[in-house]
Design a protein around this ligand. Structure first.
Ligand code: PDD
Length: 282
């Protein structure tokens, strides 16, 4: 049973895992989620992911059916059942199935869903050569810190980026760079590492936190502040961080070469942090 499904405490083959059409996740996007990957078979930064799951749930007034220990036990069970060398685990929690009404149902139990699939690493050439990104208006809602399943702006943005030949969409709100559609973004400028501050404008990425810690250990000055689009384009280096992208150099923005001296090549700080991250994950 390689691809694993899980619904409300029951494991089953992924193709047999179903929820009601009345589920509020399906009807309203009334739910939250997490994506966790394994390294050497162990879920990476599990505590941080489960803490964020709880924060997201609390922010939408949803009570998780289990505590973090129980979530962790189910996840480990799913990973063992899948038998993959490396897995990607998706957790989703919704307000449950109820007749459609915007108001919260009085007594519905939440729906908890998990899938475990094989984690296929991204093409190594992207990590070494870097990727193109496309900037666009950040037209998401005002609580981007909540990992909500409402991803319509993110998917529209990433699709538009893909159609333009770019790997990722970078959101810009009021002239300030916030984050990517599936990743956080950092820049290096005059020897400093800059990234948008935690708060309602970005998702507080688990990878972001680790990379900032690694950067400090490498002796870099870290500033958590917004960067204007002008400064972004002129940065010495740009890179993305995230569960699926790890530390990924950006070499083109809106079709223009970026990186050291406008070279269109990954910069030395990015490469140092890539190496530090790979060392950290073992
Ligand atoms: N995305 N910002 C956004 C908007 C994201 O969706 C993600 C992750 C991140 C990076 O967070 P982390 O380092 O915790 O993965 C930042 C996941 C992988 C997804 O939606 O598939």
């Amino acid at each position: 049973m390689p691809d694993i499904g899980f619904v409300n405490g029951r494991f089953l083959p992924l193709e047999e895992a179903t929820v009601s059409v009345e589920d509020r996740g399906f009807q309203f996007g009334d739910g939250i989620y997490e994506v966790i990957r394994t390294y050497h078979g162990h879920p990476f930064q599990l505590d941080a992911h489960l803490a964020r799951l709880e924060r997201s749930a609390r922010a939408i007034e949803l009570s998780p059916p289990w505590n973090v220990q129980q979530w962790a036990a189910y996840m480990r069970d799913g990973i063992t059942r899948s038998g993959y060398a490396e897995s990607k685990v998706y957790l989703q929690l919704t307000r449950g199935a109820a007749p459609r009404d915007h108001v919260f149902p009085a007594s519905t139990k939440p729906t908890a869903v998990m899938t475990v699939r094989e984690m296929k690493p991204m093409e190594p050439v992207l990590q070494t050569a870097g990727v193109a990104v496309m900037t666009m208006d950040d037209w998401r809602w005002g609580r981007c810190d909540i990992k909500s399943v409402n991803l319509l702006p993110n998917i529209m943005a990433r699709q538009k980026a893909k159609q333009a030949g770019a790997f990722e969409a970078i959101f810009v709100r009021g002239g300030q760079v916030t984050e990517g559609s599936v990743s956080n973004v950092m820049v290096v400028k005059a020897g400093r590492l800059l990234t948008a501050p935690e708060g309602e404008r970005i998702l507080s990425g688990v990878t972001r936190t680790i990379v900032l810690e690694l950067a400090k250990k490498e002796g870099l000055t870290v500033e958590e502040r917004f960067v204007s689009l002008d400064d972004f384009i002129r940065a010495d280096e740009i890179f993305l961080t995230g569960t699926t992208v790890e530390v990924l150099p950006v070499i083109r923005v809106d079709g223009k070469a970026v990186g050291p001296g406008g070279s269109g090549k990954p910069g030395p700080v990015t490469q140092k942090l890539q190496a530090a991250f790979q060392h950290f994950v073992g």
